[in-house]
Write a protein that binds this ligand. Structure first.
Ligand code: SF4
Ligand code: SF4
Length: 189
């Protein structure tokens, strides 16, 4: 008995006091992914990368919206969403206390507005995503505060218009362009 008590005192506490005291977690711990809808551009990269289908994206063309959602009931905390997000809008946190009384509370949603195609006027892609890519193109075309030349300005406008055109209209525009080139070639012969 004395030997056992001696061993107990020597070993000290083998368990933690959680939930009566905070639980110490490692710095690389992967807990609840937090989504920042302000930073999110609804690009859907995370929904494609998510191996557990915890992330989904639904497009409603009638309402002109795209809804991003996460189901914490499905998440396996792999961190792929954080890795692929271009705007750091989703990040894993140390939070692991995810119990809820109502299953519906395990799902969080964010709704984004779709932009209308400049040709046909139909909604087709998230407005924030188009604005983000347009800004990237502008930054890549105009280097470090250099003066915007007429050529650069025309190129930015051409690309901006292309981005703001839906895939169907792009196809039609391409066909019109091909027909015009073919016609010109025919005339030259
Ligand atoms: S951590 Fe993994 S499983 Fe969870 S939402 Fe992100 S990609 Fe999906
Ligand atoms: S990858 Fe990032 S920006 Fe794109 S939909 Fe997911 S959270 Fe939003």
């Amino acid at each position: 008995m004395f030997k056992l008590l001696k061993e107990v005192f020597r070993t000290g506490e083998a368990t933690v006091k959680y939930p009566f005291a905070p639980l110490e977690i490692s710095k690389d711990f992967r807990g609840k992914p937090e989504h920042n809808a302000e930073q999110c551009i609804a690009c859907a990269a995370c929904t494609v990368a998510c191996p557990a289908n915890a992330l989904t994206m639904e497009t409603d063309l009638v309402a002109g919206t795209r809804t991003w959602s996460i189901s914490y009931g499905r998440c396996v905390f792999c961190g792929r969403c954080e890795e692929v997000c271009p705007t750091q809008a989703i990040k894993l946190t140390p939070d692991f206390e995810l119990a809820v009384a109502n299953k519906a509370d395990l799902t969080v949603k964010a709704v984004f507005k779709l932009a209308n195609c400049v040709c046909c006027g139909e909604p087709f892609a998230p407005a924030k995503e188009i604005a983000y890519v347009t800004a990237l193109i502008e930054a890549a075309t105009v280097k470090d505060g250099a003066e915007v030349t007429a050529t650069a300005s025309a190129e930015i406008e051409r690309r901006r218009r292309m981005l703001a055109t839906c895939p169907s209209c792009k196809r039609v525009n391409d066909l019109v362009q091909i027909a015009r080139i073919t016609d010109q070639q025919e005339k030259r012969r």
